[in-house]
Design a protein around this ligand. Structure first.
Ligand code: BEZ
Length: 224
């Protein structure tokens, strides 16, 4: 099933490293980053879980909860998270779903094409049982971004934070963000908004082309 941008994401109940959850209830009024990874105790996945843990304050600033998914058991995931926590000297704060029967991976299209499993070292097809999918879900439970990375490439969580900032700015101020935008930089007037309307809301509007108009948005907050 392909989950379309702006649709309400499928709900489910699942066992996680923090107990049984009902997904929509668990999300509450937060933004959510839902991510899958191939396998516990593997190198790329370990760097990803460490990176997500080190960014804890960044997720909190953005009212964003994280939840992972693997096809390993709760017990195995818990051993792995404990190991990472001990290594970092910092607890891994987010739950990991144990999707041992691929029930949720299938609904969220996290599984790769099964006939292709490139042989890297000693890894087998079992090692490729989930792609590195990422879903950003808003407080209305609507999908706002989805990405899928190959197993051998670790994700850039700076990009996920950047998209969260862009979405929160777009929702809050009805603006759009340009290519390679970073917080604090100029943003775009949507084509549905007239120049006088934009001037009323933001002050000066710079018209580079009739259909390419720039404004300075109000800052998200000084810490981003
Ligand atoms: C890894 O996390 O290192 C990994 C997992 C599955 C396939 C390839 C790499």
């Amino acid at each position: 099933m392909n989950i379309l941008i702006n649709s309400v994401v499928p709900d489910f109940t699942a066992q996680t490293t923090q107990g049984l959850i009902s997904f929509h209830q668990w999300m509450g009024q937060s933004w959510t980053v839902f991510f899958s990874h191939p396998k516990a105790f593997t190198p790329v996945c370990t760097t990803e879980l460490m990176a997500l843990t080190r960014l804890r304050q960044e997720w909190e600033k953005r009212n964003t909860q994280l939840i992972g998914l693997s096809v390993d058991s709760v017990e195995l995931d818990q051993q792995w998270l404990d190991d990472i926590s001990a290594h970092l000297g910092q607890a891994v704060p987010y739950p990991v779903i144990a999707d041992i029967d691929h029930r949720i991976s299938t609904v969220y299209s996290m599984l790769p094409h099964t006939e292709y499993a490139p042989a890297i070292g000693q890894k087998t097809q079992r090692d490729y049982s989930n792609t590195r999918a990422v879903f950003i879900i808003d407080p209305d439970k609507r999908l706002r971004l989805s990405m899928s990375y190959p197993p051998e490439v670790g994700r850039d969580f700076g990009e996920i934070l950047r998209v969260l900032d862009a979405l929160q700015l777009a929702d809050g101020q009805q603006v759009e963000t340009p290519a390679n935008w970073r917080p604090g930089e100029k943003v775009l007037v949507p084509s549905t908004v007239s120049t006088p309307q934009a001037e009323q809301q933001f002050g000066t509007v710079e018209s580079e082309l009739a259909y390419l108009r720039w404004i300075k948005a109000k800052p998200l907050d000084s810490t981003r």
